[in-house]
Design a protein around this ligand. Structure first.
Ligand code: ADP
Ligand code: GLC
Length: 490
């Protein structure tokens, strides 16, 4: 696995949870998994030096594994002054180009050849190009040395799988952002086929990875269209035959109300007193005082355009007027959304609690202690918080898009089917409709018990996705082997 994030060590969102959860599940199923991630300056972890690479960077090996999956940290001394995971500027380009070279050198350094390299998001999307460059160099060096006829340049390339967790982040940089030695190497790979001035990491990965996955079947279809493809839809359509949508799983070692380390009480059934105690503790902590019989609606999110937080804020005054709901909100990101929410929270402190920032324990307490979790995303490749909330008996209220559409089915009180509330339009009125509908179910003990039972009985364990990934890895290996064997060369 080559990644920018892996929980719990480095996390800004679901990518970290997904890489950790999939790696653990593969390792528990008997696969030999090694994760390569940057060594961020803020790390406070036990790791020891492992090897040094030709560019002076090195690998450190963490003493803890993720259920056997080993975690390697790529340490570049020049990046020690950066105190965040992402900088949002050219230093990100330098960091992740360096990580891609480390991935290519890794097999040699660790004396261990992976069968497949699984690259996550734009941060690792240059790996196929770097591998190709190194293979080409090796072939041409060997040819010069032995004066032998050229062999296929692909002969020593390890198959790659690129997972698109979110196509809204592509890693677009001026080519000058890539440090000179790596740029010289990569430009021989014709990186700049369209424009010498710009490099789009994700686009190159889509063009050159052996196989491509994304994190839900619906998002796999959506990204073929201009509405969701973010300008890459044509490139993705060219690779449609190699694109698969595999739903993310849940790492129940971390997200389960039976064992959640961030909760003082635990529960496993849909009629639990412990959940009520956790809810009361959450309200205490956030100084919320919901009226008797009124629900608590939670929201835990990055504040980005994708997440539809503005729709929620637009709906909030009406929701406060027309219902007696209380809101527990945790989020970090966009400054304007943050100050709008702060104003509302200040004027209704007993009904709206808002914590700005990133807070892992509070995220768990909101998911566990709320009655509903609201996720009004404009687009959502998979979404993990709705999957967590199902297990906690916290009913998800979601917009019908991407992985939200694949995992949340609108409740029907007559048939008793469904696990949440689903609305279609990306506007405040749809959200108001969804919340008032959900409150009706909340007020009806039979409906409420039924929907909670439906939600909590679902199983989205990562172990259930292992088969899909190993089948895909085998196909990628097979495709590379056929190229090697000269049966076809694309
Ligand atoms: P995304 O990856 O797009 O942010 P996901 O639903 O896949 O969305 O994953 C979000 C993850 O990040 C969840 O584990 C959620 O609990 C966590 N998260 C989001 N915002 C915060 C926050 N402000 N504090 C703590 N955890 C957060
Ligand atoms: C991205 C997506 C989110 C997905 C997560 C993990 O951050 O926005 O929908 O769940 O990656 O795959």
């Amino acid at each position: 696995m080559v990644t920018s994030e892996c929980a719990p060590l480095a996390k800004t969102g679901g990518l970290a949870d997904a890489v950790a959860g999939l790696s653990r599940a593969l390792s528990l199923a008997g696969h030999d998994v090694r994760i390569l991630m940057p060594h961020y300056a803020s790390f406070d972890t036990n790791s020891s030096p492992y090897t040094t690479f030709p560019d002076g960077s090195g690998l450190r090996l963490c003493s803890d594994t993720l259920d056997g999956a080993e975690l390697f940290l790529h340490h570049v001394p020049a990046f020690d002054s950066i105190d965040t995971i992402y900088t949002g500027d050219n230093r990100d380009a330098a960091r992740f180009v360096a990580l891609s070279f480390a991935a290519a050198w890794f097999g040699h350094a660790a004396k261990w050849q992976p069968d497949v390299i699984h690259c996550h998001d734009w941060h690792a999307a240059l790996v196929p190009d770097v591998l190709q460059f190194i293979a080409n160099e090796a072939v041409s060096n060997a040819r010069e040395a032995a004066d032998t006829p050229p062999t296929s340049p692909l002969s020593s390339v390890v198959p790659t799988v690129l997972t698109l967790h979110n196509i809204g982040y592509q890693g677009i940089f001026a080519s000058a952002a890539i440090p000179a030695p790596q740029w010289t190497a990569l430009s021989r790979q014709q990186l700049h086929e369209e424009s010498a001035a710009t490099v789009n990491f994700l686009k190159l990965g889509i063009q050159h990875a052996t196989a491509i996955t994304t994190v839900s079947p619906t998002y796999a279809k959506e990204i073929l269209t201009p509405q969701f493809g973010m300008g890459l839809e044509d490139e993705i359509r060219k690779r449609e035959a190699e694109l698969t949508g595999i739903l993310n799983g849940v790492d129940y070692a971390t997200w389960d109300p039976r064992t959640d380390p961030y909760l003082n009480y635990h529960y496993s059934d849909d009629d639990s007193e412990s959940k009520q105690i956790i809810r009361a503790a959450l309200c205490d902590r956030l100084q919320l005082s919901p009226e008797p019989g009124a629900p608590v609606v939670g929201l835990v999110s990055r504040f980005a355009e994708q997440k539809g937080i503005d729709l929620f804020i637009d709906a909030l005054p009406t929701l406060l007027n027309q219902t007696s709901t209380a809101f527990a909100i945790l989020g970090s990101g966009d400054a304007e959304l943050t100050s709008r929410l702060q104003l509302i929270a200040e004027s209704s402190p007993s009904r709206v609690a808002f914590k700005a920032g990133y807070d892992e324990p509070l995220a768990h307490q909101i998911v566990a202690g709320s009655d509903f979790l609201i996720i009004p995303s404009r687009y959502e490749p998979c979404g993990l918080t709705q999957l967590y909330s199902l297990r906690y008996g916290t009913i998800p209220i979601v917009r019908s898009t991407g992985g939200l559409a694949d995992t949340v089915k609108h409740f029907n009180p007559e048939t008793g089917s469904g696990n949440g509330c689903v609305f279609n339009d990306a506007d405040a009125n749809a959200l108001i409709w969804a919340l008032t509908t959900s409150i009706e179910w909340f007020g009806n003990p039979n409906a409420w018990q039924r929907i909670k039972r439906n939600a909590m009985s679902e199983d989205h364990a990562w172990s259930k996705r292992v088969n899909d990934y190993t089948t895909l890895y085998e196909k990628a290996i097979d495709a590379t082997f056929r190229i090697k064997a000269g049966k076809f060369v694309s």
